[in-house]
Ligand binder design. Sequence first.
Ligand code: PNS
Length: 167
Amino acid sequence: MAPERNAGTAVCPGSYDPVTYGHLDIIGRAANVFDSVVVGVVNQPVRKQKTLFSAADRVSFIEEQIAEYPHVQVKPFDTLLVDFAREHGAKAIIKGLRAISDFEYEFEMNQLNRKMAPDIESIYFMAAPEYSFLSSSGIKELAMFGGDISGLVPERVAARLQEELKR
Ligand code: PNS
């Protein structure tokens, strides 16, 4: 029986360049708690760095993995995160925390987002131990040097990474 949920809408924002099983774990856990989840894929170079994959690719990589969650949708966004959340009537922003090193950045983002939208709560899910070392940048580096990334990202993402990095 599907678990009962009564927690409204949440957004799960990120660059997802590319999505990893760590991200998908957080999205799935958010989907188990909230009535509706909007995965927001940043369509802006937030950190000036160009993304390896286009927003359309990053959206489709996630969409392919969420078939079991009909109440999860994936959308690109290029506005303030809090505006994106408001647009979707979200009460919460969900983020994953892997290690203490994530805390400083997330703390800063939390303060900024809270200042702009005190009515939207940021909620942090601790990464599952098996994914606590996993990051999109780590995956790209591993792939670039021929490391084995199977089991860390979906198969199509792994294949596309090999293609992109050959260029
Ligand atoms: O770590 P990520 O995946 O690059 O995080 C992206 C995001 C949007 C979740 C993070 O930068 C954030 O919380 N930003 C808040 C400020 C904001 O709204 N930026 C505009 C993004 S289009």
